[in-house]
Design a protein around this ligand. Structure first.
Ligand code: CP
Length: 310
């Protein structure tokens, strides 16, 4: 594939990436998935650190394996055993990262923390999830839709159902950048962040996508090609009986998907809380593409690293 000239060194939010760059990453992922060996020296002599302040299965393992497969070395760091845990600032830590490392992949709480690190070093900084965004997940979601011939299908109805969290925010950005319509099914009190919605208006105007918010789960799911959900209680948030009660009608179950298209595809970024936001019957059904969606994290992560280091 012909290399793309890039104007960004970091991957902090999809807001920083153009439609062309996101499309390029999707196509690059396709090639990485088909021709993995071609990319085995991309990270030769590169040392990349993973700094995870929250639990992770998919993101951490896929980055570690991906870096190894690209010929790089991976260091797994832990804030608790670093001086960050004793109050050393992110900006000072970033200067040290800059001296030793070729890149850093961070999962933490505040988006501002990774922005501070990125502002204080020259090496690529990748957002592996913050309370605000989860852009790496969305690359995999977009690619999974693409390889199922759904991403650019005329009139494709994609529905996100449930809580308005960091995954939804990043989905909204990705879909809006690509000019693809998205429907959100959620109770009024859990609607997406107003500030984000306002900031997407200008991008929507240019890309031509529509964001619909529907406070009725059956109506939202009607004739859907894809229904996507995520956990109702995000990492770091407190369990709330009220929230679980409010979101119960938005559970992805057999009854709900009966109003969607017969061959509706079910997506979930995982981990799933079975019988809460989704039933096992649906998660393990023929309609579910969650396992390939999770597997694709590896290929999209490798494509992202290839893009940043080529
Ligand atoms: N979807 C996702 O980011 O999974 P992990 O939390 O296991 O990394």
């Amino acid at each position: 594939m012909e290399k793309m000239k890039k104007n960004k060194k970091d991957f902090l939010t999809l807001l920083d990436y153009s439609n062309e760059e996101i499309n390029y990453l999707i196509k690059l992922t396709e090639d990485v998935k088909k021709n993995g060996d071609k990319y085995c020296k991309i990270l030769k002599n590169k040392n990349i650190a993973l700094l995870f302040d929250k639990p992770s299965t998919r993101t951490r393992i896929s980055f570690e394996v991906g870096i190894n497969q690209l010929g790089g070395k991976c260091l797994v760091l832990d804030s608790k055993t670093m001086q960050i845990g004793r109050g050393e600032t992110y900006s000072d830590t970033a200067k040290i990262f800059n001296s030793y490392l070729d890149g850093v992949i961070i999962r933490t709480f505040k988006q501002e923390s990774i922005e501070t690190i990125a502002a204080n070093c020259d090496i690529p900084v990748i957002n592996a999830l913050t309370d605000k965004y989860h852009p790496c997940q969305i690359l995999s979601d977009l690619f999974t839709l693409y390889e199922n011939d759904l991403l650019f299908k005329e009139g494709m109805k994609f529905v996100y159902m449930g809580d308005s969290n960091n995954v939804l925010s990043s989905l909204l950005i990705g879909f809006t950048k690509l000019g693809i319509d998205i429907t959100v099914g959620c109770p009024q009190k859990y609607e997406p962040d107003k500030e984000l919605m306002d900031s997407l208006k200008a991008i929507s105007k240019k890309s031509g996508n529509k964001i619909k918010i529907i406070n009725d789960p059956i109506l939202a799911a009607k004739d859907a090609d894809v229904i996507y959900t995520d956990v109702w209680v995000s990492m770091g948030d407190e369990e709330s009986t009220q929230k679980t009660y409010d979101l119960k009608p938005y559970q992805i179950n057999k009854n709900l998907i009966s109003s969607a298209k017969k061959d509706v595809k079910i997506m979930h970024c995982l981990p799933a809380h079975r019988e809460l936001e989704i039933t096992s019957e649906v998660l393990d059904s023929q309609n579910s593409i969650v396992w390939v969606q999770a597997e694709n994290r590896l290929y999209t992560q490798k494509a992202l690293l290839t893009f940043l280091y080529s």
